[in-house]
Design a protein around this ligand. Structure first.
Ligand SMILES: C[S@@+](CC[C@H](N)C(=O)[O-])C[C@H]1O[C@@H](n2cnc3c(N)ncnc32)[C@H](O)[C@@H]1O
Length: 494
C-alpha cells in the first residue's frame, strides 16, 4: 500500500524497507545551504499573510551524532568507507563533513533498497554536488553514473554585489543500480508553429502532406507518429514554481510536478514503486500518483506530512488509512504525549493537522505566533460579502485552567476573529467548560446557524473523530444567491 512515513529516513529505511524493493528513488535533500526554510502562507483573501514558520533548518554541525554515524560508515568496510575517511582528512570536521556523512549513510541504504533494474536521482546544487558525485560513484560504481542533469531554473536576475555569476541551476545526479535499468527516452513537446502545419482528417487525426523531392513523391505524415526532439541532460523547459502557480503550496523548495513527471516517466513503468525519502510537500508523490505508480514518502516534519495529506485529498480525493497508510503519527493519547515531550512544535503541527488548520507564526520565528496566543488558523467565507472570517486555534500540551479560556476570549476580541478552538492534550476542567459555554455563539448569516464561539476539544476527542463545529470551509459565497462549491483551499492555493 502507498505509505507516508513521519520520521528520520535513516532508521525508517533500515527498519521498514527490504533490500531490492523499490524501482525508483528521487531525493531532494537539504543542500547544506546554511539557511532556514520558511513556510509562507497566504490567507484566502489572496493577500500574503506575514505568517511564516521555519519548516526545516539546513544547517549542519559536527556533533556526537555525526561522529557516531561517521564511525558506523567507516567501520562497515564498504567501498565508500575509504573515501569518507579521506574526505574527513581533507575537509576536516566541519559543517560540510557533517552534511556529507549524513548523506552517505542514507545513500548506502537507498542503494540497498533499490531493485537491480532501479535508478536513483539525487537533486542537489553546486554547494555539495561535486562531493556527492564521488560518494555516489563509490556506492553505485562510477560506471553506473547515467547522467548529470542540469535543470536551469528561470527567474529574474537581481543586480548583485556578489563577485560571481548568478547561480541559476540545480544538478540532478542520475545513477542506476545495474546495466539492466528501466529507461524510456523522453521527447520534447512539439512547438506550436510545427503543430500548425498539420490539418485534421475526417477522423480528426492530425496529418500533413510531405513532399519528398529526393524520392520524387509525396507521403502522409501523421502528427501522433512524429516524435519531438530527444530530451538531453540540459533541462531548460521546466519552470520553477512561481509565486502565483496553481500548484504552489507555500512549502519552501517545492519542485514542479513536471520535473518529477519527466523523471518518473523515464525511469519507471506503471505499477512500479517510487520512493522519495525527503519528500517535503510531496511533489514526487503527487507525480507518481498521476502516473499510476505506487509511492512511498518519508519526511521528518509533521508540517510536511500534513501538507501531503491535504494535497492527496484535494488533488486525488485520497484519504489516509483507507487509500494509503501513514506510519509514525500518534495513534493514541500516550503517543501524542510522547510527541509533545519530544518536540512541542511537531506536536502542535500534528494537532493542527487533525482539524486541517494551517499553522500560524510570524516573521519566521517558531515562537511568535504562539506568543500572540494563536497557534493555528482556519478561514471561512459565509456571507455574500466574500470576506474571509477567522477561526483561531490554540494547542496546549501541558496543564490547562479556566484562565486559558478567558485569555482565548480576549484574543478573539483583540483579533476580531469569529470562533476560537482550544485543543488540549489534558482533560479540561469543569470551569473551563463553563467559561467556554458562557462565551456564547457565532451566528452565521449565510448558513443561518449558530456555532459555539469557543470550542474545547481534547486530543482524545479528535482521535475519536469528534468534529469541530464550523461553517463549511470549502464553500465560497459569490455575489447573488448562488453558492459555488470550490475545492478546499485551506492549504492549496493559499
Ligand atoms: C528540499 S525539501 C524537499 C522538497 C520536495 N522535493 C518538494 O517538492 O516539496 C527537503 C525535505 O527533507 C526533509 N528532511 C530533512 N532531513 C530529513 C531526514 N533525515 N529524514 C526525512 N526527511 C528529512 C525536510 O523536512 C524537508 O521537507
Amino acid at each position: 500500500m502507498n505509505t507516508l512515513y513521519y520520521g528520520d529516513n535513516l532508521p525508517i529505511l533500515k527498519k521498514h524497507f527490504p533490500s531490492e524493493s523499490v524501482d525508483l528513488i528521487y531525493l531532494d535533500p537539504p543542500f547544506n545551504s546554511n539557511r532556514n526554510y520558511n513556510v509562507l502562507f497566504k490567507d484566502e483573501s489572496g493577500t500574503e499573510a506575514d505568517a511564516q514558520i521555519t519548516a526545516f533548518e539546513d544547517t549542519w554541525h559536527w556533533t556526537q551524532d555525526a561522529e557516531r554515524l561517521y564511525h558506523d560508515v567507516v567501520t562497515a568496510s564498504l567501498p565508500v568507507s575509504g573515501l569518507l575517511s579521506s574526505l574527513r582528512f581533507t575537509i576536516g570536521t566541519n559543517q560540510m563533513m557533517a552534511y556529507l556523512v549524513m548523506m552517505t549513510a542514507r545513500l548506502i541504504e537507498l542503494h540497498r533498497v533499490l531493485k537491480a533494474t532501479g535508478s536513483l536521482y539525487l537533486h542537489c546544487d553546486p554547494t555539495a554536488s561535486h562531493y556527492l558525485k564521488i560518494i555516489l560513484d563509490e556506492i553505485f560504481g562510477f560506471d553506473r553514473m547515467r547522467s548529470e542533469i542540469i535543470w536551469r531554473r528561470y527567474g529574474g536576475f537581481k543586480r548583485s554585489s556578489a563577485k560571481k555569476f548568478p547561480h541559476k541551476h540545480d544538478t540532478i545526479l542520475f545513477y542506476s543500480k545495474s546495466e539492466e535499468l528501466t529507461f524510456h527516452p523522453q521527447f520534447k513537446e512539439h512547438k506550436k508553429e510545427y503543430i500548425r502545419r498539420f490539418k485534421k482528417d475526417d477522423q480528426g487525426r492530425l496529418y500533413r502532406d510531405d513532399v519528398n523531392p529526393t524520392k520524387g513523391g509525396r507521403r502522409i505524415i501523421y502528427f501522433d507518429e512524429v516524435e519531438g526532439d530527444l530530451i538531453d541532460s540540459l533541462w531548460t523547459d521546466i519552470f520553477p514554481i512561481n509565486p502565483l502557480a496553481a500548484e504552489r503550496l507555500g512549502y519552501p523548495t517545492q519542485k514542479p510536478v513536471a520535473l518529477l513527471e519527466r523523471i518518473i516517466k523515464a525511469s519507471s513503468n506503471e505499477g512500479d514503486v517510487v520512493l522519495d525519502p525527503f519528500c517535503g510537500c510531496g511533489t514526487a508523490i503527487a507525480a507518481a500518483q498521476n502516473l499510476n505508480r505506487k509511492w512511498i514518502g518519508i519526511d521528518i516534519t509533521h508540517l510536511s506530512i500534513a501538507l501531503m495529506k491535504y494535497r492527496l485529498k484535494d488533488t486525488f480525493h485520497l484519504e489516509p488509512k483507507k487509500d494509503y497508510s501513514v506510519v509514525g503519527e500518534p495513534e493514541d493519547v500516550s503517543s501524542a504525549r510522547q510527541l509533545a515531550n519530544d518536540d512541542r512544535y511537531q506536536f502542535q503541527w500534528w494537532a493542527l493537522s487533525l482539524i486541517k488548520a494551517r499553522p500560524a507564526g510570524a516573521g519566521g520565528e517558531k515562537k511568535k505566533g504562539a506568543d500572540k496566543g494563536i497557534d493555528g488558523l482556519i478561514t471561512f467565507i459565509d456571507d455574500q460579502s466574500g470576506k474571509g472570517k477567522r477561526v483561531l486555534i490554540q494547542v496546549k500540551s501541558g496543564h490547562v485552567k479556566s484562565g486559558d479560556i478567558r485569555d482565548m476570549v480576549g484574543v478573539l476580541d483583540r483579533e476580531k476573529a469569529e470562533i476560537g478552538i482550544f485543543i488540549t492534550l489534558n482533560e479540561p476542567t469543569r470551569d473551563m467548560i463553563t467559561e467556554a459555554v458562557s462565551a456564547g455563539y457565532y451566528h452565521s448569516e449565510g448558513w443561518q446557524r449558530d456555532y459555539p464561539k469557543v470550542q474545547i476539544l481534547t486530543i482524545a476527542d479528535l482521535l475519536n473523530g469528534k468534529p469541530v463545529q464550523l461553517p463549511p470551509t470549502s464553500t465560497t459565497f459569490k455575489n447573488g444567491n448562488s453558492i459555488v462549491r470550490e475545492p478546499d483551499q485551506i492549504y492549496l492555493n493559499l
